[in-house]
Ligand binder design. Structure first.
Ligand code: HEM
Length: 394
């Protein structure tokens, strides 16, 4: 590049990252894989190998970020703790999310929800799969898995968005705080009501597991962690559902492969999560001076771990910008790595790869993009398609 890398990093604007981060990530991977980016106020870690390395050393690359906005919004969740304190809370929730629980309890419920949602719009012959299916499917599924049986799916979506906006409110906008505080208050009320009823009638849900654990979580711990689950367990399955549907609708040869062999929807799920990682960036903070990717980081340095870039690293994935369900490269990092590896990965795989995608493509005959409006993509901290207008033959 003609300009220096410092010139380049100082001209990166958040809006450019929001619109299309991938060309910027490519430059960073090639020229400064761990780069101070003033607009993000962090060092961005963009190479696959450095992301994998830092997740192997949580004692140096801590999740307990100081002055974290996530803590401001949600309280101290398991995702902002390290070591034994983290493990205790994670273990309490885990039984509800193991593969067996997902297979036996949640998958049949996911099937019912998917069919009900499709029944609701089938006769119309057109829908926006983002708002009419992906969002409500993720919200209704999450409500059941968490044990929030009396919460309206639309409320869950509103709370999730408000809290996510709060965790990204680096501009300190009071209106954003007001909405995220209101959402957090509403979640507290819903969790308290759920705790009361699950104490007398336990079930397989996450809240029930937290109450019944060998070392049960306190109501306060449950309230914060359920905020984390609502913030982190809704938009991601929604976004993979919409991105995967969009990818298949624009790659007819790969659609033919999966409709001939629906077991391959699991490959569609994995490749979609790699291609457009729903969580494109998450934070870490160094506990000591350390060298990473050729950059010397001081103790206390704030990092942005760029999953969206690591998943497009050409040294890890051949032709990384292409959507290709046949790729046999190494594993993607869309679920993170190390001690905080996504606790909902099996739930998400079942919900999206085994239920939502096969059901949509089986039931909606002749499914195709509608020409009513173009499909839009956006985001870098969280990225996905923002609308998905489609038609089919009822
Ligand atoms: C495709 C969908 C999903 C993706 C791509 C995804 C991605 C991630 C990532 C990258 C992390 C690590 C964050 C970090 O280390 O800072 C994470 C953690 C987490 N995820 Fe997911 N997630 C998804 C679905 C879900 C679902 C459905 C749930 C709940 C049912 C969930 C619950 C969690 C929890 C509780 C954590 C924190 C784990 C811990 O701190 O030990 N996720 N997820």
């Amino acid at each position: 590049m003609a300009q220096t890398i410092e010139d380049f990093t100082s001209t990166i604007h958040l809006q450019d990252l929001w619109e299309d981060p991938y060309p910027i990530y490519r430059q960073l991977r090639h020229h400064r894989p761990v780069a101070w980016v003033p607009a993000a106020n962090r060092y961005l870690v963009t190479r696959y190998r450095d992301v994998v390395h830092l997740e192997r050393h949580p004692e140096i690359f801590s999740a307990a970020e100081q002055d974290s906005l996530m803590i401001r919004v949600m309280g101290r969740t398991m995702l902002r703790k390290d070591g034994a304190a983290h493990l205790r809370e994670r273990k309490a929730a885990e039984p509800a999310l193991r593969p067996r629980a997902v297979r036996e309890y949640w998958t049949p419920i996911f099937r019912k929800i998917a069919d009900e949602l499709i029944d609701g719009f089938y006769e119309r012959g057109e829908a926006d799969l983002f708002t009419d299916f992906a969002g409500p499917m993720a919200a209704r599924s999450l409500a059941v898995v968490l044990g929030l049986h009396d919460v309206a799916p639309q409320d869950l979506q509103t709370w999730s968005q408000a809290m996510m906006d709060g965790t990204g409110n680096y501009g300190d906008d009071p209106a954003v705080w007001q909405r995220s505080d209101a959402a957090a208050g509403a979640v507290d009320e819903a969790v308290d009501a759920a705790i009361a009823s699950l104490r007398s009638a336990p079930d397989e849900s996450v809240i029930s597991a937290m109450l019944r654990a060998d070392d049960p979580l306190t109501p306060e711990e449950i309230r914060s962690n359920i905020k984390l689950f609502i913030g982190g367990g809704l938009n991601e399955p929604r976004d993979v559902t919409a991105v995967a549907s969009y990818a298949l609708l624009t790659h007819p040869e790969q659609r033919t492969l999966v409709t001939a062999d629906p077991a391959r929807f699991k490959d569609v799920f994995e490749e979609s999560a790699r291609w457009i990682a729903p969580i494109g960036m998450y934070p870490r903070q160094t506990t000591a001076e350390v060298e990473l990717g050729g950059t010397l980081l001081p103790a206390g340095a704030r990092l942005g771990v760029m999953l969206g870039s690591a998943n497009r690293d050409e040294t890890a994935f051949a032709d990384p910008d292409a959507f290709d369900i046949n790729r046999r490269d190494r594993a993607h990092v869309a679920f993170g790595g190390g001690p905080h590896f996504c606790l909902g990965s099996w739930t998400a795989r079942a919900q999206v790869g085994q239920v939502s995608l096969p059901t949509l493509f089986r039931r909606l005959r002749g499914l195709r993009l509608s020409d009513s409006e173009p499909v839009r993509l956006g985001g870098w901290v969280f990225r996905g398609v923002l609308n998905l207008p489609v038609r089919w033959e009822p």
